[in-house]
Ligand binder design. Structure first.
Ligand SMILES: Nc1ncnc2c1ncn2[C@@H]1O[C@H](COP(=O)(O)OP(=O)(O)OP(=O)(O)O)[C@@H](O)[C@H]1O
Ligand SMILES: [Mg+2]
Length: 270
């Protein structure tokens, strides 16, 4: 993009492009479900700035807004108010087809239910983001990411022939295949045993450390969150502090405080 050099325009463009160096930026994001007295304020004013090449975990009690936050940050849901920028691009109000294109080219997704297509082979599932983006299906790239997740020998299998952990690793290979700037993961290890979860978390960590990706991961598990550089705690739709480089024990202790406070509030409201 060519930048116009006019004085007034420079400030305008800085505004339009957000803060340099940020992979994800949310300002005053709100998401309300329903209206009037029955309205649920799932997100009640989220401000967040995540630099490139960082691994952030988001924790919080059930119903605190974690999935809603992830969906809004990833452009899968539209906030009721506020702004979301990805790699400096304002996505609020972006037309659906442009948003889809941006998601396909620059974002990767990993969900708890792996969302693999059962009728496609593992390799075809991994190639799917390229196919959907209308790009050349790069089979060498697919082989390389499948090797990274330790599944070179399963390229021709169908998802139904794999274990849960193997399926999750296919989902991660699929998220990595387009070398996305940002990977959004909602409970990526929720359905896995400890050893398999460790493997999956190692892959996400590696994407940050060796590929420079930015990872945002929602999790209930303090041991999973301990793989992140930073843990953010959500309570009632707002961020209630963070923890840098905490151990699983420290993270669990913070979560316990948060959950008991949320429980006490619910008790008062009842
Ligand atoms: N489609 C919807 N319609 C109405 N309310 C919704 C909808 N989706 C979520 N909510 C409400 O918004 C709030 C936040 O939900 P969200 O799914 O973001 O929570 P969460 O932190 O991901 O919870 P969990 O840990 O149980 O997955 C909850 O009160 C939920 O009931
Ligand atoms: Mg959720």
């Amino acid at each position: 993009m060519r930048l116009r050099r006019g004085k007034g325009h420079a400030a305008e463009e800085r505004q339009a492009q957000g803060t340099p160096g940020l992979a994800v930026e949310l300002r005053g994001v709100r998401r309300q479900y329903g209206r009037g007295s029955g309205a649920v304020h799932a997100l009640a004013g989220i401000d967040l700035a995540l630099p490139h090449g960082t691994f952030t975990a988001v924790m919080g009690p059930s119903g605190s807004g974690k999935s809603t936050f992830l969906q809004c940050a990833a452009g899968l849901d539209r906030p009721t108010a506020g702004s979301v920028r990805l790699g400096g691009t304002e996505i609020t109000g972006m037309r659906e087809n442009r948003l889809t294109e941006l998601r396909r080219s620059r974002l990767g997704f990993v969900f708890q239910a792996f969302n693999l297509l059962p009728s496609l082979t593992v390799e075809q599932n991994v190639l799917l983001p390229m196919r959907l983006a209308g790009q050349r299906q790069d089979r060498r790239r697919a082989a390389s990411v499948l090797a990274q997740v330790g599944l070179s020998d399963k390229a021709r299998s169908r998802p139904g022939e794999l274990s849960g952990g193997q399926q999750q690793r296919v989902a991660i290979a699929r998220a990595l295949v387009t070398s996305p700037d940002v990977i959004f993961a909602d409970e990526p290890t929720g359905a896995l045993d400890t050893a398999t979860a460790t493997g999956v978390l190692g892959l996400l960590r590696q994407a940050v450390d060796t590929l420079g990706a930015t990872v945002v991961m929602v999790t209930h598990d303090p041991a999973a969150a301990a793989w992140a550089d930073r843990v953010l705690f959500l309570a009632d739709g707002v961020f209630a502090g963070g923890l840098d480089g905490g151990s699983a024990e420290q993270i669990a202790a913070r979560m316990a405080t948060l959950t008991s406070r949320a429980g006490a509030m619910a008790g008062v409201a009842a």
